[in-house]
Design a protein around this ligand. Structure first.
Ligand code: T6T
Length: 331
């Protein structure tokens, strides 16, 4: 059972160009399982948030490769959309299969806790990857970006893009999602440092790009001084990019978006999005498998691991040290 709090080493790297900044949160994974042990004939199931999302595809590909390298069985599935009622049956099917390990990105901080508790009580070792639940008794390890920090970085980058004046809005997935809630928290806290910027109340799009597109257009109509948008994740960013293009406002309204999926990278190249805060989903997948294998082998497990994020702009996107963070649409 893990006992430590999040143990991140943080370093903010300024990359020189105006909006080019990079954030590294390097993980401190003492006791992570370079087991030498095999994990026995154990198997791990991974259930992600949205199966078709390149963030989770990248995580799954890396977890699968690591499981193979460690000699443990691996299966993966994911929700068809960001919805508790869609993800719950996948999680409940794990209860029946009783794998040795479950890696899961719960789409809600509380609604899935009873199902996860039941699985854990039946002996499956659980690791929370990317998203988490509020009940601290769930999971032996939690691996994610420091999303509060990511939100702060997004705020500073957006303020700089806007010349520190105008109105900004956050558009995000839905309340009750650990990652995106933390991003909003960090963003809002940091934006309070910019007196020339006023923050319009957050809108939620249920992870639907079409909803984000219409939300940004109605926000533009109601707030002609809109200067910036923080897109809480990839589907939101896609919708915002579409909505701004339709309104002829691309480049005029600055956008900082979480993630680095292929569509977002295209929007960055086109200057519809100015900054991407990329996560490292591959590292989340790899380290999560390592932690469960360590647990299988009776070795120490790290309770909380923070993975790297990088802020990507047109200025640094061609640097291989940066472009390696672009997400994959297939293994
Ligand atoms: O931003 C990621 C992930 O971290 C978040 O929890 C949900 O949305 C994404 O999957 C991107 O779509």
């Amino acid at each position: 059972m893990g006992t430590t709090a999040r143990d991140n080493t943080r370093a903010l790297l300024a990359l020189g160009a105006a909006a080019a900044l990079a954030l590294t949160l390097s993980s401190c994974s003492s006791g992570s399982g370079s087991s030498g042990g095999s994990g026995g004939a154990k198997n791990i199931t991974l259930i992600t948030g949205v199966k078709s999302d390149p963030f989770y595809i990248t995580m799954t590909c890396a977890a699968q490769a690591e499981a193979k390298a460690k000699g443990v069985g691996f299966t993966a599935d994911g929700s068809a959309q960001w919805d508790v009622s869609v993800q719950r049956p996948l999680i409940d099917s794990v209860a029946a299969a009783k794998p040795a390990g479950l890696l899961v990105s719960p789409v809600d901080t509380t609604a899935l806790t009873p199902s996860l508790k039941q699985i854990q009580n039946a002996g499956t070792k659980i690791g929370l990857v990317d998203t988490s639940v509020t009940d601290p008794s769930i999971g032996i390890t939690r691996i994610s970006s420091d999303n509060v920090k990511g939100g702060q970085v997004a705020a500073d980058a957006l303020a700089k893009q806007m010349g520190e004046k105008g109105s900004v809005i956050v558009i995000s997935v839905k309340p009750g999602v650990s990652t995106t809630d933390d991003r909003i928290k960090g963003f809002t806290q940091e934006m309070a440092k910019y007196p020339g910027i006023s923050v319009i109340p957050t809108l939620y799009d249920n992870d639907l790009p079409a909803t984000a597109a219409s939300q940004i257009q109605s926000t533009l109509a109601a707030h002609p001084d809109l200067g910036g948008v923080f897109a809480g994740n990839t589907n939101t960013a896609q919708g915002i990019a579409t909505g701004l293009k339709q309104a002829g406002k691309q480049g005029a309204v600055k956008v900082v978006a979480f993630d680095a999926e292929p569509d977002e990278v295209t929007a960055l190249k086109a200057n519809t999005i100015q900054v991407l805060v990329a996560q490292d989903p591959a590292a989340i997948g790899t380290q999560a498998v390592d932690q469960l294998v360590a647990a299988f082998d009776g070795k120490p497990v790290t309770a909380s691991i923070g993975t790297t994020m990088v802020a990507i702009t047109q200025q640094n996107m061609n640097d291989p040290a940066v472009s390696k963070y672009f997400y994959k649409a297939a293994c």
